[in-house]
Design a protein around this ligand. Structure first.
Ligand code: ATP
Ligand code: MG
Length: 574
């Protein structure tokens, strides 16, 4: 491709709406453009990267026995009513109506759709297992679209669905997909961790996420160096126990605490440790007030709470001041477990039951109660673990101290079981002629998010550093002075020869200053660079790699061999 013809609208200025490097660089390099919040276009350079990521995904999915298909993005409501997800999916679903007032959605995912596709077609165990996949545009009206294509409202996903006759078959399919994902992200040169994820809303029992390591990742990971335990913060089990106190149980006492509403205020006021307090968090769940009491030094894990209550995350709302006043008789900040209104569902994290003489909200504005005890002064529904994991917690498997890190979720695999096959009647006949529901799994890779995750791991202050496997072009030839016949001719000759070898080459034949050309090639991150300048008359060019930057002079005839070496080194076929 000649850069004089390439549609590559780069930006000189830093786009003000972009907070993280991948978002900034993809915009600046003219690879993606924003239309409205969370909706992006892929421009020619960016779209080449997308297609290369898709190629890797497709190859590994095919190798693992997947068969590619393509469903519609538009899905009728009936499918989603059958699984219950028309309601459960909540406000993230883009809903629309046709001219006859029939309801549809733009698919956020395709479990129901694929299940209905095979329903009635797969009749016998002899037709199983089956793995179908697609690479397709998904729609989710995210609450907070951000970080460019990392959390968009329209994005490209590879989604796969496996169909098996029993649990054991599904576990094999799951393992195969896990291995395929490992290969995909290895080939894409991402540093990643596979972590246990929460499978709540999907309906299955096991799930794992491939997390690309990145300090800007929204995914928080707890992992153990002592064993291979790793989980998202939503999932990670908190196993610490409160040391049993031998204090005597005392009588509760009302304490005037004007204006002390935060844990920090209270620590100062009472001159007591955070762990001495019983913190109350108040929610509205479909108009039922729920109060959760947890140790004052810990945070609540809302995913665990939702799973315990059997609700989806959008059904969980923080209670407003009016509700708090109604159920506790006090302003927010003074809620406690003693003397709440009758209709409150009171939950306590199991650690609360081992804590003695707690300080809690007094359910009276400007008052707290001290020396309050579970089982004596109040009785809550005890839940084993409602806490968010934090630095210093111990590994639930081996007891070592856990480490925390951040990642971008690029893949997610789920064991679904029979939730969708049962609700959509996808049954088969087993060896004995008995009808059984098909056992399913589902497997997603965020293609567009992966592009951004690669940029997060591969960039410097000047721009993107694409790994060869996904680079929009392999090589860029920069002709310093296009008016110089010798330079121009050598540039053209190299361009033709390298392309004839099947390489993807950009020729910078623009009438721009060398500085502009060098800046652009750094920004767009082409891995192999050839500069044709003053020594063109001697057939000598400069050769460098984007990731190293160091220039060496070589003869024209040496270029191909060096390029081939680089391909070998990167494990990429020409
Ligand atoms: P997240 O927790 O980040 O919202 P998710 O768990 O809801 O993602 P899945 O339903 O597991 O997402 O979708 C499969 C994959 O699709 C994810 O692993 C991710 O890579 C990608 N993906 C999900 N939501 C988005 C989005 N809003 N924008 C871009 N990619 C996304
Ligand atoms: Mg996920």
């Amino acid at each position: 491709m000649r850069m004089s013809k390439l549609y590559m609208p780069t930006l000189r200025e830093m786009p003000s709406e972009a907070e993280i490097p991948s978002h900034q660089l993809l915009l600046r390099a003219g690879m993606v453009r924003n239309l409205v919040s969370g909706i992006y276009s892929y421009l020619p350079l960016g779209y080449r990267v997308i297609r290369k990521i898709e190629d890797v995904v497709r190859e590994e999915m095919d190798n693992a026995g997947g068969q590619e298909a393509l469903m519609s993005a538009v899905q009728p409501r009936a499918l989603w009513d059958a699984s219950g997800r028309w309601e459960d999916f909540g406000p993230e679903m883009f809903k629309l109506r046709d001219r006859n007032s029939r309801d549809f959605c733009l698919g956020p995912t395709h479990e129901e759709y694929f299940t209905s596709l095979i329903q009635g077609e797969i009749r016998s165990y002899k037709q199983l297992p089956l793995n179908l996949y697609q690479i397709q545009t998904k729609y989710r009206d995210e609450k907070r679209p951000r970080f460019g294509v990392i959390r968009a409202r329209e994005f490209i996903m590879k989604d796969a669905y496996s169909f098996d006759k029993d649990e054991e078959g599904m576990e094999n399919s799951y393992r195969d997909m896990w291995k395929a994902y490992d290969r995909i992200f290895d080939r894409l040169k991402l540093r990643y961790r596979v972590v246990e994820g929460d499978s709540g809303a999907m309906g299955g029992n096991q799930s794992h996420e491939h997390m690309a390591m990145s300090e800007v990742g929204e995914g928080i990971i707890a992992y153990c160096d002592g064993c291979d335990y790793a989980a998202t913060d939503e999932k990670a089990e908190v196993v610490y126990e409160v040391e049993k106190s031998d204090e005597d149980i005392r009588q509760p006492e009302r304490v005037h605490t004007p204006g002390a509403t935060t844990i920090e205020d209270l620590v100062e006021f009472f001159n007591a440790e955070e762990a001495r307090f019983g913190k109350a968090v108040v929610y509205n769940v479909s108009n039922e007030p729920v109060v959760v009491i947890l140790p004052g030094d810990r945070e609540l894990n809302e995913t665990k709470l939702c799973n315990y209550l059997g609700i989806t995350e959008h059904e969980l709302e923080m209670a407003d001041d009016e509700t708090i006043m109604r159920i506790s008789g006090a302003e927010a900040g003074f809620t406690g477990p003693v003397g709440l209104s009758e209709d409150v569902r009171l939950l306590v994290d199991s650690r609360i039951t081992d804590m003695r003489n707690l300080i809690v909200g007094g359910n009276e504005t400007d008052y707290h109660l001290k020396d309050v005890n579970h089982g004596v002064d109040f009785h809550g529904e005890v839940v084993q673990d409602l806490l968010l994991i934090e630095e210093g917690d111990i590994c639930p498997r081996c007891g070592m101290t856990l480490m925390m890190d951040r990642g971008i979720e690029v893949g997610n695999i789920f064991q679904l079981g029979t939730k969708y096959s049962e609700s959509l009647n996808a049954n088969y006949l087993d060896e004995h002629g008995r009808e059984k529901p098909i056992v399913m799994g589902s497997y997603g890779v965020g293609i567009s998010r992966t592009m951004a995750a690669i940029v997060e791991q591969y960039h410097d202050e000047y721009g993107i550093i694409w790994p060869l496997v996904v680079a929009p072009y392999h090589i860029i030839i920069t002709v310093i002075n296009n008016n110089d016949d010798e330079q121009r001719i050598l540039g053209e000759r190299l361009y033709d020869n390298l392309r004839a070898r099947g390489l993807e080459v950009l020729l910078d034949d623009r009438k721009e200053r060398p500085g502009v050309k060098f800046n652009d090639r750094d920004l767009i991150g082409i891995p192999i660079r050839v500069t044709v300048g003053r020594k063109a008359a001697e057939n000598i060019v400069e050769y460098s790699l984007r990731r190293e930057g160091e220039n060496i002079e070589i003869e024209e005839g040496e270029v191909l061999a060096r390029v081939e070496d680089e391909f070998k080194r990167e494990g990429v076929r020409i």
